[in-house]
Ligand binder design. Structure first.
Ligand code: IMP
Ligand code: MG
Length: 177
């Protein structure tokens, strides 16, 4: 049986998302912005963040897949859905649920940078800094968390738990995952 332990409450998330939205609003004052969410995990964060940004803002989504089991990434990242809109000359914020090894972010940043945006920043709700193998960082980071597997607020385990309003540590009885 999986057990869930609340790590970050919905109130803490809401306060942090509002703060990040304020910072982005100040940093891009007078400019327009495009948010690019990484499906599916970032969908809920993007939906909340977009409503805390008081600027001319559009959004789009892309999807990647990485091979491996539900908890273990293999290191291969593949684009499975591209964005619909051109980004050349635009201010882009890539919106991620969580930065882990940084492989996904490295792949996406180089792909997007090649399309010559005006600026390219990263917003990530969660950051497992100790897991990083690639030299990438988030510009707007919600919470640094320890190396524990978390679910909720968009994050899944085998597609489950994305709808939990709080971010929870998934404590499983077995090591088999
Ligand atoms: P990275 O490429 O290793 O940085 O992995 C980033 C992706 O791994 C995230 O977008 C998530 O989909 C997934 N991931 C990493 N850690 C967790 C976790 O604790 N819970 C759920 N998904 C995770
Ligand atoms: Mg996932």
């Amino acid at each position: 049986m999986d057990k869930l332990r609340v790590l970050i409450t919905r109130e803490q998330i809401a306060a942090k998302v509002a703060q990040i939205g304020e910072r982005i609003t100040a940093d891009f004052a007078g400019e327009s912005l495009m948010l690019i969410g990484v499906l599916k995990g970032a969908a809920i964060f993007l939906a909340d963040l977009a409503r805390q940004i008081n600027l001319d803002t559009t959004f789009d989504f892309l999807a990647v897949s990485s091979y491996g089991s539900a908890r273990q990434q293999s290191g291969e990242v593949r684009l499975v859905k591209d964005i619909d809109l051109p980004i050349e000359g635009r201010n882009i914020i890539l919106v991620e649920d969580i930065l882990d090894t940084g492989l996904t972010l490295t792949f996406l940043l180089s792909m997007l940078q090649a399309r010559r945006p005006k600026s390219l920043k990263v917003a990530a709700l969660l950051d497992k800094i100790s897991r990083r193998t690639e030299p990438v960082h988030g510009d707007y980071v919600g919470f640094a968390i320890p190396d524990e597997f978390v679910v909720g607020y968009g994050l899944d385990f085998a597609e489950q738990y994305r709808n939990l309003p709080d971010i929870c540590v998934l404590e499983s009885g077995s090591e088999s995952r």
